[in-house]
Design a protein around this ligand. Structure first.
Ligand SMILES: *Cc1c(COP(=O)(O)O)cnc(C)c1O
Length: 369
């Protein structure tokens, strides 16, 4: 029997907070009462203790190794989720700069990021997928970024629509800021192409409560001293994420996820391969029944993390969801803003869960198509 079933765990397709690796949960359980060699729980120790400092250092080093983060970047662990980054990015990089921040609007999250930037300075939308109901993405070569821009903001994976850029923007003269919340650590990324990457942990990198920011060091100089201290990136960089009390447990948990990716999975290349292969199971089911399943994303930009599709009507969608539940597949209802079905199949979703869902899709379409 698989470890997944041993604890009565279901196949949880939640978009976030989302499934975590069983081996990581087991380790957290085993260490919760007492961290080996420390004599206290991770929940009980000071963020200024030697023990936590070692966890912080190791998590940063491991993240640098896993992502291949080059010299000249800082890794920060913040709170406030990616939502706060929608504001912190323009507060630090745009406010009072006299420059324009350029945005690529690819879906719900990109739109929400722009709403906050408009409050901080001049913005310009270089591309907006609204006309295609956010089912398409531009090619990077078609996005004409001004070298004078304060930055270019993009969303690497639109969690709600289920569309994903499959390559990094290259050679952009302005700093590229990417919201990688829902595909962070799902595949290799060329960090050197970015000025700033941010990702809340609860989609693919840990529990809720911590947001990672990877920032190129020259950008730390931007941001006015008059801003609230917590909101200035450089305060967090100077204090090694201990400007104030950081979310110690969530950082520890993310550290275990990063180790799992390095040791058990064998790195992000391997992880990306497994993710592509899992996603293909669902997209193949959609493509085999084109009259029954309607995928939201244009094929070339399908997300490897969030698979979104509709059935012929809402009644069938309801029946599908209840059959899925009986098969142990939960949290498949699409976001209220788009409806339909959304299967979030992050790193830790077992292949067996995706196979179960794919075979239900086949049998359901055969019976109702
Ligand atoms: C979930 C998500 C957010 C919002 O994250 P919070 O931690 O809830 O603030 C932003 N962007 C993307 C792409 C997301 O998936």
């Amino acid at each position: 029997m698989s470890a997944t079933k041993d604890y009565g765990r279901l196949f949880n397709f939640s978009a976030g907070p989302a499934v975590m690796p069983v081996s990581v949960l087991e380790r957290m359980r085993d260490e919760l009462l007492c961290l080996p060699g420390v004599g206290s729980s991770i929940l009980e120790i000071s963020h200024r203790s030697k023990a936590f400092d070692a966890i912080l250092d190791r998590t940063i080093d491991d993240l640098k190794q896993l992502l291949g983060i080059p010299a000249g970047y800082s890794v920060l662990f913040l709170q406030g989720g990616s939502r706060l980054q929608f504001s912190m990015v323009p507060m630090n990089l745009l406010r009072d700069s006299g420059r324009t921040a350029q945005y690529v609007i690819t879906g719900t999250w990109g739109k929400s990021a722009l709403v906050e930037a408009v409050k901080e300075g001049k913005t310009e939308v270089l591309w907006d997928g609204k006309g295609g109901n956010y089912s398409q993405l531009p090619r990077w070569s078609d996005v004409k970024v001004s070298p004078e821009a304060a930055y270019l903001h993009v969303t690497s994976n639109e969690t709600i629509q289920g569309i994903q850029f499959h390559d990094d923007p290259t050679g952009v003269a302005a700093p590229v800021v990417s919201d990688m919340s829902s595909d962070f650590l799902s595949r290799p990324v060329d960090v050197s192409q970015y000025g700033l990457i941010y990702a809340c942990a609860q989609k693919n990198a840990g529990p809720a409560g911590v947001t990672v920011v990877i920032i190129r060091d020259d950008l730390l100089a931007r941001g006015a001293e008059s801003m609230p201290g917590y909101l200035l990136y450089r305060n967090h960089a100077e204090g090694k994420s201990c400007y104030n009390t950081p979310p110690t447990f969530a950082i520890y948990a993310m550290g275990l996820i990063v180790r799992w990716l390095l040791d058990d999975i064998g790195g992000l290349g391997k992880m990306a391969e497994a993710n592509r292969s899992k996603a293909a199971l669902l997209y193949d089911a959609i493509d085999r029944f084109p009259a029954f399943y309607q995928g939201h994303a244009e094929k070339s930009v399908r997300s490897m993390m969030n698979v979104t599709f509709r059935l012929p009507n809402e009644e069938l969608e309801g029946a599908f969801l209840s059959e899925a539940k009986k098969a142990g597949c939960t949290d498949l209802k699409g976001h209220r803003s788009v409806g339909g079905i959304r299967a979030s199949i992050y790193n830790a979703m077992p292949r067996e869960g995706v196979e179960t869902l794919a075979s239900l899709m086949t049998s359901f379409a055969e019976r109702h198509g």
